[in-house]
Design a protein around this ligand. Sequence first.
Ligand SMILES: [Zn+2]
Length: 240
Amino acid sequence: MKTELTHLISLQSIDLNIKKMDDELNVGNQDIEKREAEISSKKDEITSCTNRIEENGARRRELDAELEDGAVKIKDRQTKLMKVQTNREYQSLLKEIEDSKKSTKDKEEEIIYLMEQEENLQKKIDELTNLAQAEEGLLAEEQEKITKLTAAILSKKKKIEKSRNTQAKKIPVPLKNRYEQLRDKRNGIAIVGVTNAVCQGCFMNIPAQQYNEVLRGEDLISCPTCQRMMYFQAEAESEK
Ligand SMILES: [Zn+2]
């Protein structure tokens, strides 16, 4: 059992190294994804501002046309005003002219409001465009860095995986299967040291009798709490 234990410990150390590399690769990719998402959210916002400017423009053209119609109407009523016969007709025309003028004023105010809004939207678009451009520059730099780092990690990983295969072949298949299952279930760690009767995987105490068996190292003992396989690890060693 002692040889198998040594092989398992070596395999675990290799696997932890590989896991560390995978984590590094993930961190790089996540960083890129995060940057891409931020840029894309700015671009979405730019699109939505552009759409609103277009909508405003359409509404303003509508109002311009209505203003023209209104001016024609006012002129027409003013001409009629000269020729009226009755006071009632006169009052009614006056009222129409007044209403048209009021409506003209409202439309002009709406146009001013829309133009101010468009100016602000355009300012926002310019700001967002500048930010997105700067971020795209940084992203390109980061991508270059990550690509290089990824290549370096992958080439290291390839070498390590070779030695992992060699190491894995030294372990009997049932034991290796058990190791793999534990590794899957226990966050990548299947075999752990026990220091001062404490499992270094789950940090729970190991009952005295089992601890003694771990110390002897003749049988493969599992932690009663986390089920990981255990080996004795002196205190100073665990601090490394
Ligand atoms: Zn444990």
